[in-house]
Ligand binder design. Structure first.
Ligand SMILES: NC(=O)NCCC(=O)O
Ligand SMILES: [Zn+2]
Ligand SMILES: [Zn+2]
Length: 519
């Protein structure tokens, strides 16, 4: 099947130019001005439109079993919502139960996703238990037939997914060895558990308790701790769902010291805030319950966008994990029982365009970078994905930057009965979405076939993630001092030596060897 896209403005992360694009058999085969429309070619007129790489959402949880419920968007509805919003690839998380084999969990996720996805997808793997068997299985799943190149550690959800600091540290050592990226959900799960108990016993049972149990300081503290530990393990780190200025500052602090750390704000955190938790309507407030919570500081969404513009945060995701009103209502007497998670996969591209490009904070190239290219580079599928170039997959969106739409549960494609962006009017509309050469969304209609998406095997050792770590590792090598064997008798009779305390060996201070906490 062949497609010709004419008269559009191609946008990559590093350039914008007018050109035509010819697609054949799922790949881009030619980019030049004035490609002739031969008979049999389907022609798309992209005059006054941008032609952008399809969005990549590197953080979703389709049909995740969580908090006694199953997230409503399954891999079919969730990927339909994705393509309706201009996203052509997602990276979802395999999350094994505590003690479960990674391989068993992996097969379950593939069994769920493969027959349902309408766009391409990759997988990341959560590590919820630590033991030598898990370390071995991490090695297995990084092979091409499994295609995992990142592992996520939860520092929250005590007793469910959370790992202890020493397990997280061991896990990162293993990630570094396998050249896989460590990802972290950075909160202080132990303190949160204490605070939840205290709030409930003081009679605070509503959704306002959720946000009060998880002050921003705890996210900032955990982010700082995770970055510090990653530096000690010489392991690149990716902080998922950066929700607060404090967490973003912790990432920037460590980057300034040379750490390889990436920060991912999500659509919810870029477009709305935590004032909803104090809404008097219980259900309204419960809809926004997610962790870490939305920031109570109303200036945070704009600040996070500016940090993307400045390169201090790096790419956007959604953490799409949807529970409907009925599921949310299971926590009506106890906020700790409200299933955590919000929508985003359909609206991320429009929200980032509206709050970023339309607001004058980022340009269209940066938009492409933070919605697609950076994800492709970090997860090592670039330039197959994330670029409009000859040889790349034809994952393309015809984007109208001037058009507007109003987000609503009545028109969205999620499987839930509300939308956290309800009523928001956004500039930036995906008019046509093309997944590997197939038009899957046009004229407001889905044209999808279940199972038509493919699994993308992600290889370890991404350049943008790992190029710096070897030299850094040399400086981190433990130092051994060669000494004459210690003899306690001789030592106690030795004359005092004026130079006894002078270290004669040359030593350097490795990265992270000096405290990075400076006030
Ligand atoms: N974020 C959230 O509240 N739910 C999804 C699971 C996670 O990523 O923490
Ligand atoms: Zn998380
Ligand atoms: Zn998540």
């Amino acid at each position: 099947m062949s497609l010709l896209i004419k008269n559009g403005t191609i946008v990559n992360d590093d350039a914008m130019f007018k050109s035509d694009v010819l697609v054949h058999d799922g790949k881009i085969i030619e980019i030049s001005t004035s490609i002739e429309a031969t008979p049999g070619l389907e022609v798309i007129d992209a005059t006054d439109r941008f032609v952008i790489p399809g969005g990549i959402d590197p953080h979703t949880h389709m049909q995740l079993p969580f908090m006694g419920e199953i997230a409503k968007d399954d891999f079919y509805r969730g990927t339909e919502a994705a393509v309706a919003g201009g996203t052509t690839m997602i990276i979802d998380f395999v999350i094994p139960s505590k003690g479960e084999s990674l391989l068993v969990a992996y097969d379950r996720w593939r069994g769920w996703a493969d027959p349902k996805v309408v766009c391409d997808y990759g997988l990341s793997m959560a590590i919820t238990t630590w033991n030598p068997e898990i370390a071995k299985e991490m090695e297995i799943v990084t092979r091409p037939d499994y295609g995992i190149n990142s592992f996520k550690f939860f520092l929250a959800y005590a007793g469910v997914f959370m790992v202890r600091d020493e397990e997280f540290y061991q896990g990162m050592l293993q990630c570094a060895k396998l050249r896989a990226l460590a990802r972290v959900h950075a909160e202080n799960g132990a303190v949160i558990a204490e605070r939840c108990e205290h709030l409930l016993s003081s009679g605070i049972t509503g959704p306002e308790g959720h946000t009060q149990s998880r002050p921003e300081e705890l996210e900032a503290e955990a982010t700082f701790r995770a970055c510090t530990m990653a530096s000690q393990a010489n392991c690149p780190l990716y902080v998922v769902h950066v929700m607060s200025k404090g967490a973003a500052a912790a990432i920037a602090h460590h980057r300034k010291k040379g750490a390889v750390v990436f920060g991912e704000p999500i659509a919810a955190g870029l477009a709305t805030d935590g004032s909803h938790y104090y809404n008097e309507d219980w259900l309204h407030a419960a809809r926004y319950v997610m962790s870490p919570p939305l920031s109570r500081d109303p200036s945070t969404p704009n600040a996070l966008m500016k940090l993307l513009a400045a390169g201090e945060l790096h790419l956007t995701a959604t953490d799409n994990c949807t529970f409907d009103c009925h599921q949310k209502s299971l926590g009506k007497d106890d906020f700790t029982k409200i299933p955590n998670g919000v929508n985003g996969v359909e609206d991320r591209m429009s929200v980032v365009w509206d709050k970023g490009v339309h607001a004058g904070i980022i340009d269209p190239m940066k938009f492409v970078s933070v919605t697609s290219t950076m994800a492709a580079k970090i997860f090592n599928c670039y330039p197959q994905k994330g670029r409009i170039a000859v040889g790349s997959d034809a994952d393309i969106v015809i984007w109208n930057g001037n058009s507007t739409r109003t987000i609503s549960k009545d028109t969205h494609h999620h499987a839930i009965d509300f939308n956290i962006f309800e009523g928001m009017q956004v500039h930036g509309v995906p008019e046509i979405t093309i997944c590997r050469g197939r038009v899957v969304w046009s004229e407001g209609q889905l044209k999808t076939v279940q199972g038509s998406g493919r699994f993308i095997s992600l290889a370890p050792d991404s350049q943008i993630v790992f190029s710096a770590v070897d030299n850094r590792g040399k400086a981190l090598k433990p130092v051994k001092i060669e000494r004459v064997p210690y003899d306690s008798f001789a030592s106690s009779h030795k004359e005092s030596d004026a130079n006894a305390n002078v270290v004669k060996t040359k030593s350097s201070i490795p990265p992270g060897g000096i405290s990075s906490i400076q006030f």
